[in-house]
Design a binder for this molecule. Sequence first.
Ligand code: FEO
Ligand code: CA
Ligand code: CA
Ligand code: CA
Length: 681
Amino acid sequence: MDNQKMNPVHLDPDYEPMSNASNNTRFASILEARMARRGVLKGGLAAAMTGLFGGFALTGCGSSSSSPETGVAPQLVGFKAIPVSDEDTIVVPEGYSAHVITRWGDPISANNGVFPEFDPLTNTGADQAHQIGSHHDGMHFFPIEGNDPNEGSSTDGLLVMNHEYIEPRFMHASAVGASLTRSQFPRIDSDNRDDDEVLKELNAHGVSVVRVQKGVNGTWSHVQGDSLNRRITGLTPMEISGPVRGTDWVKTKYSPTGTMTRGTLNNCAHGVTPWNTYMAAEENWAGYFVNNSPRPESQSRYGVRPSGKSRYAWEDAQSRADEYVRFNATPGDGAATEDYRNEPHCFGWMVEIDPFDATSTPIKRTALGRFAHEGVVFAPSIEGRPVVCYSGDDARNEYIYKFVSAQPYHKATAGGYLLDSGTLYVAKFNADGSGEWLPLVFGQGPLTPANGFDSQADVLVKTRSAADAVGATKMDRPEWGAVDPNTREVYFTLTNNSSRTEADAANPRTNSRWGHIIKWQEGSEDNTATTFNWDIFILAGPTDDSDFNGQPLNEDQIFNSPDGLWIDKDSRVWIQTDISEGVMNTGDFAQFGNNQMLVADPRNGVLRRFLTGPIGQEITGVITTPDQRTMFINVQHPGATTAAGEFAAGNMNSDWPDRTTNYPRSATVVITKDDGGIIGT
Ligand code: FEO
Ligand code: CA
Ligand code: CA
Ligand code: CA
């Protein structure tokens, strides 16, 4: 067995290649300028935060959340905050309960008449296509009526979730006893991988659609064999739609007409359309491909590997079957339709899935741009007005985008076609708190043949380059977005940015080790405006940071690396964290413990820790049933902090959630309030 050997930076599964060499202004310097402008009175950022929180400083457990101005604000956040934790378990506040469903490997459909029970040492690649995938991420609960994504049954529905990536050492019998890190995998030899292991890894990626129901005893479980249960994987045929469809960019041996591709990969967060479909984002897909010849800008600007093997070396599957060799994008001697030089252009999109039609073909919607899509979030739809959605590009110094449909939304006829034509914009944040949406439209501004853009398809395939050209603002890794359904304000997490090393790195307010959350209000009610006003919602960090220069967070509130984000019907802001496995529970990251979830009331500044997770994982994905009395969250990659030597010795540092097997498993956690109340109260 020969372990993966390559540039160490590529060994981190969270590796977001920093590929932005443009000179656009960094968000850090803008934030600093804005804070300096606003911080003329004592308190500096505290004053800024106070403004954001409607006149009140952040408060923790025990503080009143009613507004002195009105005296009537209902208590959105009512539980007693929990402390940080480094225990290998889920902790929720007093009065709440949590239990596990839909673990990686749980069978949802039958393989040749048999539901394959989870056993990582004997399950085959084909079995995995009938089981819940690995590395759960973005997720939505679709009420079973299938009419509206947020209204309907609160006891019966489809749970649809992304499976971002895999930890191969936990998947294969051949890995037992080997010294493997979380991103390494077994090989037959330096140029060959076992076909069934490759198949299993591809099938553990993608999306699960699974029926879940609340039983008479109040306990939730999934319905094995339901007709709507479905796995979408790294192999599922998908249609390419929008301006890039049929262009030379996406013509491959598999699809010489450039209309189809196979699979979706590295699906991080998601989106839910107003017409009740699910969208899976393709985030860190670039590293799944290698191109050993000089890479075109459409690949180098995204971090397609320039040499060696792809992330999991799937191209080395011993059979050299067509569905595996495509991960090597090195051009052959013939035409583009005879090889897979264009395969990386078939990834980096938002993928629309109809969860209520198990035979439907997923569709890659190219008009929304090509980048490391963290997810997509739709503004509440308005009859007769365009559809508006937002998407962040999660890599260091990349951008935040907005799409506005060309055609208006009409509930009776709305569908995915609305995402095939419209205007893609990229955000520019000005130092004075204003912002602009810069259109990425072929022929406008610098997006002309003189600068390498010959069509809208060129603009979309090279979205990052187009955004560079128009002068967008470089951000600290944009992760999830959320839109407040009551105020229509837009929030985005900016998780951290390890590439910022200049002098201001010592200032925790701009120190991107901890991350922050930004918010803005569009200049028009329907979110279609081309200008906005922005502010900082929360700067994450510890309590004792002497450089914080403002109101510090208290023990009930400290967190870092905000990632998952969701705003519920009442405007509670749910915040999930993703401290990297490389630093989790080490050094000054140890004070934050394991990854966690908090909730804020944006009207009065109440912020409290609601949940802490087991060892080595991140908390990601959050949704409630329409009645807000059941919450689903995901736990991704428990045990990922197990060192190679510990793995070889069979000592995983987490056995969550099963306890009885040696293998930690990503899983969904169901949270209910013991008195049957709304989650968060
Ligand atoms: Fe997959 Fe940006 O987190
Ligand atoms: Ca994420
Ligand atoms: Ca992560
Ligand atoms: Ca993250």
